[in-house]
Design a protein around this ligand. Structure first.
Ligand code: PLP
Ligand code: COI
Length: 337
């Protein structure tokens, strides 16, 4: 801890002092417990480890110039975790419990909140798992909500520099009527083979097509996709992608800057027409994309080697609000104190 080089931090796990935990038993949530252990004792037949009853969230806290710690849109993450819980039949954590737990875990790990100006932030990872035993395939009757934090740098090592993406039809991450719209572990397990294929080919990640027709753009590894042309911010509408809170925020910022915005199906061929494209998410923030290769047709789509003008403006605006450098006129920021 004493020698964290904040500006060189990667997106990874750093041990902190405490995490928080709360059990759902006998139909109700219990008391919030504070733990300094990195381990979780779990029943050998818990549904999380057999049948994937697991959902997680990701959000960030930022230290401002004024030293205050800002939390970005936590309530949206709380609601999305409730949706994920409902989607795979887990107990839904109340928003108030979620809030109490995030505030507690941040306060107990204040020394790990990266200083202002380092580009790093405190990543907050809530995790909901089925802990009750089942051998037949059915939901658990006991759940555990845990939250740990870890200081992080950029998800893609390039930071705010363009990355390349691979389109492959060899693997899907989510089925058309499956769980792609929930933040559940199974989707990420299903993405590992395609991500390895992308990494082996020198690409930062995978640009997924819709699983049914392979005709439309879905999303970009652990981030949503957007394209910009004709002063318009365009992002895919699909039932099998995660409703990204960053993307939703960028739509608001784009409109505020006078851009038009469209959320609609985006056909693969439209890639040729964009001036700028990028991936967006909590971890990725905005990662501009400079090259997309379709491994079946061999077609390569290229964009500017530097981040585009509109992507840069959106990026700067978003991080200025998150860091408290600009007025929070949309009410996205809460203070931890
Ligand atoms: N899509 C997937 C599959 C993700 O894992 C994430 C990360 O949370 C996102 C998109 C971006 O969502 P958000 O902006 O809410 O972090
Ligand atoms: C996030 O952006 O918060 C994510 O959860 C991405 C993650 C899968 C690494």
């Amino acid at each position: 801890m004493d020698n964290i080089n904040w500006s060189e931090l990667a997106f990874g796990y750093v041990k902190t002092d405490y995490n928080v935990r709360c059990y759902y038993r006998n139909g109700k949530w219990g008391k919030v417990e504070i733990s300094s252990s990195e381990y979780v004792p779990i029943h050998i037949a818990a549904t999380a480890i057999h049948y994937g009853q697991e959902s997680f969230e990701g959000m960030k806290a930022f230290k401002g110039k004024d030293g205050r710690v800002r939390l970005f849109r936590w309530e949206d993450n709380a609601k999305r975790m409730q949706d994920s819980a409902e989607g795979i039949m887990m107990a839904e954590p109340p928003v108030e419990l979620f809030k109490e737990m995030i505030n507690k875990v941040i306060k107990m790990n204040m020394r790990f909140v990266p200083p202002y100006g380092t580009g790093a932030s405190l990543y907050i990872r809530p995790l909901l798992i089925g802990t009750g035993p089942q051998v037949g395939v059915r939901p658990a009757d006991e759940y555990l909500l845990m939250i740990f934090v870890t200081p992080v740098g950029p998800y893609f090592k390039e930071g705010f520099s363009p990355v390349s993406m691979l389109i492959t039809r060899e693997f899907d991450r989510a089925a058309p009527l499956g769980t792609g719209k929930y933040k559940v572990g199974g989707n990420y397990a299903a993405s590992l083979t395609s991500i390895k294929k992308a990494h082996d080919g020198g690409y930062a990640n995978v640009l997924y097509l819709d699983a049914k027709e392979k005709k439309y753009i879905d999303e970009c590894g652990p981030a949503n996709f957007f394209g910009i042309k004709n002063n318009t911010y365009i992002t895919p509408k699909s039932d099998s992608i995660l409703p990204s809170i960053t993307n939703k925020s960028l739509i608001t910022l784009a409109e505020d800057m006078g851009l038009k915005t469209e959320r609609r199906p985006v056909v693969l061929e439209e890639l040729e027409t964009f001036d700028e494209v990028g991936a967006c998410g909590t971890a990725a923030v905005i990662s501009p994309i400079n090259r997309i290769k379709d491994d079946e047709s061999g077609k390569v789509y290229t964009y500017g080697k530097d981040p585009g003008e509109i992507s840069t403006k959106l990026f700067n605006k978003l991080i200025a609000i998150q860091n408290g450098d600009e007025e929070d006129k949309f009410g996205w920021v809460d203070f931890v104190e």
